[in-house]
Write a new protein. Structure first.
Length: 406
């Protein structure tokens, strides 16, 4: 794809356009994080065990993974704007189903609908940035957008914990209905089409050719697997931390939300570093740095609990480092993945995002089934994910110069 003109790149410089990308990107993270402090209480209210309620997280992630495979190619064919507006509408509908659900089956169905729509914001914000910027600037711009977007998971558990305390678990889904509707309105008023090549990758033969090119690329797999495993560390934590904090440590949902703010603070810092230095330092160097920081973070957590520090800070302070790691790895890894074949940026964003979220969907139920009276199963799974992420970076190091020309 040719470099965009100054005219096409101009909208992303406007604060309103950046705010739009942040808002639509925040929809799905809010859907993931808002209700987490309510999960133990939801289990009691609906008369099911914690592992059943945890399906509302793992199936949400699975639906996000599937949805991104569909949304990315559709946006290559029909454009970013109509697909994004449709996705946000579906998210609002799913939130309404969750709000009115009277049993866990309907709640799970609503979560799947939520996820299928909400993933449009994350996938298409990345594709929109790739539409407007060249390879060297994509990581920096994604860093700026995700730095702002990270406010959503930072405040979501706190808001959800407070809403749960005063109004019950349904209040979180009422909040999501309102936020999703506002994001939809904002996008309808502000977003113009950025995909100048829509339709050129829309037929089945071309779509299959694009996917074949991506599947054959070791560089694509290196970037995608690195981001997937670092994300799996985070989603392992999301799946297990509420149980550890509330059931094992005996803390309240509001306390969980308070301490959780450390995690997105680290993510914001990592994205700030990416936004400032990605162009000069290079994607691969920042990617490796992030992977190493993630390993240090999970090692610190293990050391803290091994020393008997059974305190929320032993859980959340190391997660600050893992948040920094995510802020370094995700923008650079995503930028690398969507730049392998720029004329199929939507398909690449969808496939890489699908695998990234899909790994989270795989680890979440494993964590839920293994946790009982100790934090160690959670730490073990996070450690494995960190080591596998470092191994995936080997694909980038081995093939990056050949495929990127660097």
């Amino acid at each position: 794809m040719t470099t965009t003109t100054a005219t096409s790149a101009q909208p992303i410089a406007k604060p309103s356009f950046i705010a739009l990308l942040i808002a639509v990107s925040a929809v799905s993270p809010l859907g993931i994080n808002m209700y987490l402090p309510s999960m133990p209480g939801m289990a009691r209210a609906l008369g099911v065990d914690f592992s059943t309620v945890q399906l509302t997280l793992s199936l949400y992630l699975a639906a996000m993974a599937i949805g991104q495979l569909i949304i990315g190619p559709l946006s290559d064919r029909f454009g970013r704007r109509p697909v994004l507006l449709t996705g946000l509408s579906i998210f609002v509908a799913g939130s309404l189903i969750c709000l009115t659900a009277q049993n866990v089956s309907v709640l799970i169905f609503g979560r799947v609908v939520q996820a299928m729509g909400g993933c449009a914001g994350i996938t298409l914000s990345r594709a929109i940035v790739r539409d407007l910027y060249g390879r060297d600037q994509v990581a920096s711009m994604i860093g700026y957008v995700t730095m702002g977007m990270a406010v959503a998971p930072m405040i979501a558990p706190t808001i959800g914990g407070v809403l749960d305390t005063f109004y019950g678990w349904r209040a979180s889904f009422a909040f999501l209905v309102v936020f999703g509707a506002l994001a939809l309105l904002f996008a309808a008023l502000q977003l113009s089409e950025t995909n100048r090549n829509r339709g050129s990758a829309g037929d089945k033969a071309q779509l299959l050719q694009n996917y074949r090119a991506l599947f054959r690329s070791r560089l694509f797999w290196g970037y995608t697997l690195a981001t997937s495993f670092i994300s799996a560390m985070f989603f392992s934590f999301l799946a297990g931390a509420p149980y550890v904090m509330i059931e094992i440590m005996g803390r309240s949902p509001a306390e969980y939300g308070f301490f959780f703010a450390l995690v997105p603070c680290g993510y914001i810092l990592g994205n700030f570093i990416t936004a400032r230095f990605a162009v000069t330092a290079g994607q691969n160097r920042m990617l490796l740095t992030g992977m190493l920081i993630g390993l240090v973070g999970v090692g610190t957590m293990a050391a803290a609990f091994a020393l008997g520090l059974n305190h929320p800070l032993a859980l959340f302070a190391p997660m600050f480092l893992i948040g920094v790691a995510n802020g370094l790895v995700l923008p650079n890894g995503i930028a690398g993945a969507v730049s392998v074949k720029p004329d199929a940026a939507g398909a690449a964003a969808g496939l890489s995002g699908s695998l990234q979220i899909g790994f989270g969907a795989l680890v979440a139920p494993i964590v839920g089934s293994m946790l009982s009276t100790t934090v160690w199963p959670l730490i073990a799974i996070m450690t494995v994910c960190s080591l596998l992420g470092l191994a995936a970076f080997g694909l980038v190091a081995a093939s990056g110069r050949t495929e990127s020309g660097r």
